[in-house]
Design a protein around this ligand. Structure first.
Ligand SMILES: [Cu+2]
Ligand SMILES: [Zn+2]
Length: 174
């Protein structure tokens, strides 16, 4: 293991970042099977990577104790949340992977969402892409956890919600 001996942490002005307008947003909508899912994913470009801030509502809930739901979460390379009868978001294609990596090292592989009686909030930093690189791509929620091992996509099950990532313009529209 290569642990640097000098700490290089910087103070991270998280609150001021989240008060700014994000550079990109995806509005999330559910599949025909889960039409109530809604949410927003915001992307903030930082020098050290992209802060991703997701708030998702009306996710499927756990039926009993000890199984609150975990949902695979990825950026996919396709540009449309459309599809067919078998897969309502098939046009979202596969995980965004410009470097030809394996799962879970695709640029589009993200930490899974933890459900809290249907609500999920996630906030993390990733330097696997820049905001400019993901404009027009899609962000997907799956109905099963990502096992971070199975190829090519972590065995995360059906796609249950999707959003197209749009650049936020100066007037706030996207
Ligand atoms: Cu996915
Ligand atoms: Zn992947």
């Amino acid at each position: 293991m290569n642990c640097p001996s000098h700490c290089c942490q910087q103070r991270f002005p998280l609150i001021s970042v989240l008060q700014r307008r994000p550079q990109a947003i995806a509005d999330i909508t559910g599949s025909p099977e889960c039409p109530h899912i809604t949410g927003t994913v915001r992307f903030y470009q930082m020098r050290s990577g992209v802060i991703v801030y997701a708030e998702i509502r009306e996710l499927p809930k756990a039926e009993e104790n000890c199984c609150d739901r975990i949902f695979g979460f990825h950026i996919h390379e396709g540009d449309s949340c459309t599809g067919n009868m078998n897969d309502p978001f098939s046009h979202a294609m596969s995980h965004y992977d410009p470097e030809g990596c394996t799962h879970p090292y695709h640029a589009g592989d993200l930490p899974p969402l933890f459900g809290n009686h249907g609500f999920a909030l996630s906030l993390f930093l990733t330097d696997r892409f820049t905001v400019n690189e993901i404009i027009g791509k899609t962000i997907l929620i799956h109905d099963a956890p990502d096992d971070f091992r199975t190829q090519p996509s972590g065995d995360s099950g059906k796609k249950i919600a999707c959003g197209v990532i749009g650049r936020v313009k100066n007037n706030g529209t996207y």
